[in-house]
Design a protein around this ligand. Structure first.
Ligand code: ADP
Length: 511
């Protein structure tokens, strides 16, 4: 097994794959500072231009550092720029406006419950404590927010603020502009970080390839490093790893969770691969929770990747409506449970015969959420509009009488603010009194898709990367999805923005 390639691995049986050890993954040693000549010198080098890398960049640059951000793709923003733009901020100003009571303790307990209590508590506490500063950082950079809260699954109260344009790009683009306005900064695209340069065990620079052309096929075939010209870049104050997660690394994700097949669809951008993480592990970073890989339950099987179905399900149908099994016409889960509980329940319904659940709500949602959550998926055709519930049932081949009974029962639960079947939170703050009665009705087929890798390198509350003996590796910081621990087994929706930006900001403060 020693020299197994990515291609061999993908061809192997699932059972055989599980016995591979990490040591078989291209285990080259990192380069030593004495053996190379640096081509350039910066104070801080950041790997990745998503939420984490940009927050680190703005923060470090504002402190007078000369900062270079490396991005291997032809565009900035990784998963962050295609993210849904939901930002969990406990105790936020919109909660005050809408009369929602929240606290850091409530937020932390919600995260611990979803995370099965294996969260690294000090990291969770840090994102709760710094949430306000992080939110302010986005405002300073120019992000504009929508004026109504969302209530996402697993949160016990509505606490999610949304960007005005309904996308993470509403944070990424202003942050890129703010960063580039600061003197002595640069974002260098098509430049791939390949390895760390060490002075004994201290990170003092990086080896990169400029003019790199990302090609998913080459990565799967083990030839990732063929394009581009090699350069050595010195980082006087250190390197911040912000290379994101690995949901699109077919080899590495299956290495961690052998149940994941090559055809399992993901919401992630093509460059969400594990190279940066593997380089960090090779220089001694401690790994945490690598095999906890999360499905997002709000995707749609009728479009590839993240798509626009997510907008409807996470902001409209799950909060203001229901999800039913088309074979029975009945609900089968708490539509506002955490992601893992919902994904597991949906997979049971989907089974082997692709019996995708139907997620639905009525037109009252238009008064309580961004209308684009309906308009965008309607435009692409994945969301259907019906004048009656009977028409909806006929279209999806749902047993009519049972379905109408389900809706009637759910409407009773909304009226009494109590879901006697699945315990979905139905307080007035969450439902705004919206039941399923006012035409037109909207419906979409739903499915979970691979979304977030919980695991990564272990950092402390200063965003320093820790080695296996719990000591900071000198000159080495990390933030965002490439780190592990904050969310434990399963991350709550809209906590990625909080986590990535906060630890990015902290890395930028401390480096
Ligand atoms: P996060 O949400 O943690 O900030 P993102 O996925 O938004 O993560 O951003 C990570 C970015 O890092 C992506 O744009 C990705 O293309 C980039 N990246 C990943 N690996 C490398 C690498 N080896 N060299 C340069 N950039 C990388």
């Amino acid at each position: 097994m020693a020299n197994i390639s990515r291609r061999d691995m993908l061809k192997m049986s699932i059972v055989g794959a599980s016995s591979l050890a990490l040591s078989s993954v291209n285990a080259n040693a990192s380069e030593n500072e004495k053996d190379i000549k640096f081509d350039e010198e910066w104070d801080v080098v950041i790997i990745g231009s998503g939420f984490a890398g940009l927050a680190a960049g703005v923060t470090a640059a504002k402190r007078g550092n000369k900062v270079l951000v490396l991005e291997k793709m032809g565009r900035v923003g990784g998963n962050s720029v295609i993210n849904g733009g939901g930002f969990a901020v406990p105790n936020n100003p919109l909660q005050k406006k809408e009369g929602v009571k929240d606290s850091d303790e409530l937020f932390i307990n919600d995260c611990l419950k979803a995370g099965l209590n294996i969260n690294h508590l000090e990291l969770l506490q840090t994102i709760a404590e710094r949430a306000k500063d992080t939110f302010n950082l986005t405002l300073e950079c120019g992000t504009e927010y929508y004026d109504k809260l969302s209530h996402l699954g697993g949160h016990s109260v509505p606490r999610t603020i949304n960007t005005k344009n309904g996308s993470g790009s509403g944070i990424v683009h202003p942050m890129v502009a703010a960063f580039e306005k600061i003197p002595n900064t640069e974002i260098r695209k098509r430049t791939k970080f390949d390895d760390f340069i060490l002075e004994t065990n201290k990170v003092v620079g990086v080896k990169v390839k400029e003019n790199y052309k990302f090609d998913q096929k080459l990565i799967d075939d083990d030839n990732e490093n063929t394009s581009g010209e090699i350069k050595f870049i010195k980082a006087k104050k250190g390197v911040i790893l912000a290379s994101g997660g690995f949901c699109n690394d077919l080899f590495f994700r299956q290495l961690q969770d052998p149940r994941l097949g090559v055809n399992t669809d993901t919401t992630n951008h093509p460059g969400a691969t594990a190279g940066g993480l593997i380089s960090a592990l090779k220089i001694g970073a401690a790994p945490v929770h690598l095999s906890w890989i999360q499905f997002g339950p709000w995707a749609c099987p009728d479009e590839p990747g993240f798509g626009v179905g997510t907008k409807f399900n996470s902001g409209a149908s799950f909060r203001f409506g229901i999800s039913v099994n088309p074979k029975t016409g009945k609900r089968y889960m708490n539509e506002l449970a955490d992601r893992k509980i919902r994904s597991d329940a949906m997979f049971k319904v989907i089974g082997d015969d692709k019996n995708y659940p139907i997620n639905l709500c009525d037109s009252q949602v238009l008064q309580h959420t961004d209308p684009e959550r309906i308009n965008k998926p309607l435009k692409t055709g994945i969301l259907k509009q019906f004048n009656t519930l009977e028409e909806l049932a006929e279209f999806y081949n749902i047993p009519k009488a049972d379905f109408l009974e389900t809706v009637k029962k759910y409407n009773e639960f909304v009226k009494n603010q109590k879901d006697l079947d699945f315990g979905k939170p139905l307080s007035l703050a969450t439902t705004k009194g919206v039941n399923i009665s006012k035409p037109p009705f909207y419906a979409m087929r739903g499915t979970p898709k691979l979304h977030h890798t919980m695991g990564g390198v272990k950092i402390n509350t200063k965003a320093q990367v820790l080695d296996i003996n719990d000591n900071p590796i000198p000159g080495f910081y990390a933030a965002g999805e490439v780190t592990g621990g904050t969310h434990g087994a399963s991350r709550l929706g809209s906590c990625a923005i909080l986590d990535c930006l906060t630890f990015g900001m902290i890395a930028g403060e401390n480096i």
